[in-house]
Design a protein around this ligand. Structure first.
Ligand SMILES: [Ca+2]
Ligand SMILES: [Ca+2]
Length: 96
């Protein structure tokens, strides 16, 4: 029991240090999630990532194969960060 708590605390401290070392990036990821997290669960799901992509490259004004490719590439870049493969992107995953 005590070992588990110590391990948990260590993970917390290690995580905090890692976050501190990349503060700029972590803040950017936090803002990305905050702005695009429509259902407020603190993560970005497939619908929210798609909305984010379409905000960057609106299909209404940027149609055609080239822009379809750009949207697919951007979405793929986001999903490459889904490290635990749960289909949702956390701030921690985006900050890496
Ligand atoms: Ca969400
Ligand atoms: Ca994930």
């Amino acid at each position: 029991m005590r070992n588990c708590m110590a391990a948990g605390l260590l993970a917390l401290l290690t995580g905090a240090c890692a976050l501190d070392a990349q503060t700029g990036l972590a803040v950017g990821a936090g803002v990305t999630v905050a702005v695009n997290d429509r259902d407020g669960d603190g993560m970005l799901d497939a619908v929210e990532v798609q909305a984010l992509v379409e905000k960057a490259f609106p299909p209404d004004t940027l149609g055609g194969g080239f822009w379809d490719g750009m949207r697919a590439s951007l979405a793929a870049a986001y999903w490459a960060r889904d490290l635990d493969r749960d289909g949702r992107l956390s701030v921690a995953e985006l900050a890496r």
